[in-house]
Design a protein around this ligand. Structure first.
Ligand code: FEO
Length: 400
C-alpha cells in the first residue's frame, strides 16, 4: 500500500496504513491497525479529499508526487472531516501549495483556524453546492454530527462515487487489498462494528438523518476515510450502518460479569447454562476486568440481550462494571433486554446500582433479578439459570 491505487478515471487512493498507534482516541485498542484514506482527483483541476494523521504526511506527499509530479499544484483541498486523524497534514499541504483553496463548510473553516491557524484561501460551501474540476463535478452534502458538527460528504457525480468521511468506515489496516472485492469482508465486519459502536454509535439518530439526505444520490462506490473502498457491494456496508444506527440487534446475549473471589462468576456460569437450556447459542461472555470495554460495547451493539452481574465493592458495582454501564449510557444504546444479578459480602450496593441503571436506560428488564450474600446457594444458582432461560424466551430473531 505504498503507491497510489486507482479507484476510477483520474481518481486515486493516496492514504496510509497506521500499524503503530496502539490506542485510538486514547481509548480504543487497534490490534489490527487502521487506515487513513485520502483521495486525489487528478483532473484539469487537482483536488485532494481529506488528508492523514500528521506523522504519516511524508507517505501522503510521496503518493501525491507520484501522481502529479512536482511541477503541478494541488488546486483544492476538500475537508470532509476535521478530526486530526484526517486533518493532520493540512498545515504542511497548505505550505507546499500556497495557492491551494481549502474547501469546507462554515464549521470546518471555524475548526481550521482553531486547529491550524489557517484563515486565507478558504472556500465556504453550503449544502448541495458543487465544484467543477473538469471532467469531474463534485457536490457537497452536509451530514452534521456523523460524528462531529462539521462532518460532510463529497459526491463525484460522473462516477457516482461518495467520499463519505468516517461514515461507512471501520478499524483495521488495509492488508494489501483496497476494494471490497480484494479483501475478506468478514475479516473487517467485526472491526467495522467495533468502530461504529465506539466512535459513531452515540450519534445514530444523525446517521439516520444522513441516510435520508443521501437517498437522492445514486451511489456506486463508497470511499470512506477508514477501511476498504466499496465498489462491488456498497449495499452491504450501507445495510450494516443502517441496521446499527437503528439499534437493530441479532438473537444472542452478552453476559458480562465482575467477580472478585469467584462467587459472582459462579452465578454467571449458572446464567449461561440457563441461556443454553433456553436455546441460545450466540453467547458472548466477558469478565469485565479482563476484556477491554471497546469489545464489550461492540458485542452489546450486536446482540439483543445484555446480562450484567457484579460483585459489590465500596457499596457499588466493581469499578470495571461501573465503567461498562457508564459507557453504555454515554453511547445511548437503545432497545435491549436486560438481566441483572450480583453478590455482596457485608453490604449490598452492586445490584442496587444495576437496578438504577435499568431504570435509566429503560431497557426491558428480564426477571428475576438475583442477588446473593457471600457464596450463592443452590437456590440462588437455580434462580440464575431461570434468569438465563427467561432471557432466552424474551429475545427473538435470527441467531449468529
Ligand atoms: Fe476518523 Fe472522526 O476521525
Amino acid at each position: 500500500m505504498n503507491k497510489p491505487i486507482q479507484i476510477s478515471a483520474k481518481t486515486w487512493w493516496v492514504g496510509v496504513n497506521d500499524r503503530e498507534t496502539d490506542i485510538f482516541e486514547a481509548l480504543w485498542p487497534l490490534p489490527k491497525g487502521i487506515s487513513y484514506n485520502a483521495y486525489l482527483i487528478d483532473d484539469e483541476k487537482v483536488a485532494l479529499i481529506d488528508t492523514v494523521k500528521n506523522c504519516y504526511t511524508p507517505s501522503l506527499l510521496d503518493k501525491i508526487k507520484a501522481l502529479i509530479g512536482t511541477g503541478k499544484p494541488v488546486d483544492y483541498l476538500i475537508i470532509n472531516h476535521m478530526e486530526p486523524d484526517h486533518s493532520g497534514a493540512i498545515e504542511i499541504i497548505a505550505r507546499m501549495y500556497p495557492e491551494i483553496i481549502i474547501v469546507g463548510n462554515a464549521k470546518t473553516i471555524e475548526y481550521l483556524e482553531g486547529y491550524y491557524g489557517i484563515r486565507r484561501n478558504v472556500k465556504v460551501i453550503n449544502d448541495g453546492d458543487t465544484l467543477d474540476l473538469g471532467e469531474h463535478k463534485l457536490s457537497f452534502h452536509l451530514t452534521p454530527m456523523v460524528h462531529w458538527p462539521e462532518t460532510m460528504m463529497t459526491y463525484a457525480v460522473r462516477d457516482k462515487l461518495l467520499f463519505s468521511g468516517d461514515a461507512f468506515g471501520g478499524f483495521g489496516a488495509l492488508t494489501g487489498g483496497l476494494f471490497d472485492d480484494e479483501v475478506n469482508v468478514d475479516y473487517y465486519e467485526d472491526e467495522t462494528l467495533r468502530y461504529y459502536s465506539n466512535i459513531v454509535g452515540k450519534f445514530s439518530p444523525m446517521v439516520q438523518k444522513a441516510f435520508d439526505k443521501l437517498k437522492g444520490l445514486d451511489i456506486k462506490i463508497i470511499a470512506a476515510t477508514h477501511g476498504p473502498v466499496w465498489r462491488t457491494n456498497p449495499g452491504l456496508i450501507i445495510d450494516q450502518y443502517d441496521r446499527w444506527s437503528r439499534y437493530e440487534s441479532e438473537r444472542g446475549v452478552v453476559l458480562a460479569y465482575a467477580s472478585m473471589y469467584g462467587n459472582t462468576k459462579q452465578m454467571a456460569e449458572a446464567v449461561s447454562r440457563g441461556l443454553v437450556e433456553g436455546g441460545i447459542r450466540g453467547i458472548r461472555m466477558h469478565d469485565v476486568s479482563r476484556t477491554h470495554i471497546s469489545y464489550m460495547l461492540k458485542d452489546c451493539w450486536r446482540y439483543q440481550g445484555i446480562i450484567l452481574g457484579s460483585v459489590t465493592y465500596d457499596m457499588n458495582p466493581l469499578i470495571t462494571m461501573k465503567h461498562l454501564t457508564d459507557l453504555l449510557e454515554a453511547k445511548q444504546l437503545k432497545n435491549r433486554a436486560l438481566g441483572i444479578f450480583g453478590s455482596y459480602g457485608w453490604s449490598g450496593g452492586g445490584v442496587k446500582y444495576l437496578r438504577q441503571f435499568a431504570e435509566r436506560t429503560r431497557w426491558d428488564l428480564v426477571e428475576p433479578v438475583v442477588e446473593a450474600q457471600q457464596r450463592p446457594s443452590t437456590d440462588v444458582l437455580e434462580q440464575c439459570r431461570q434468569l438465563g432461560r427467561n432471557m432466552a424466551a424474551k429475545i427473538s430473531g435470527n441467531e449468529h
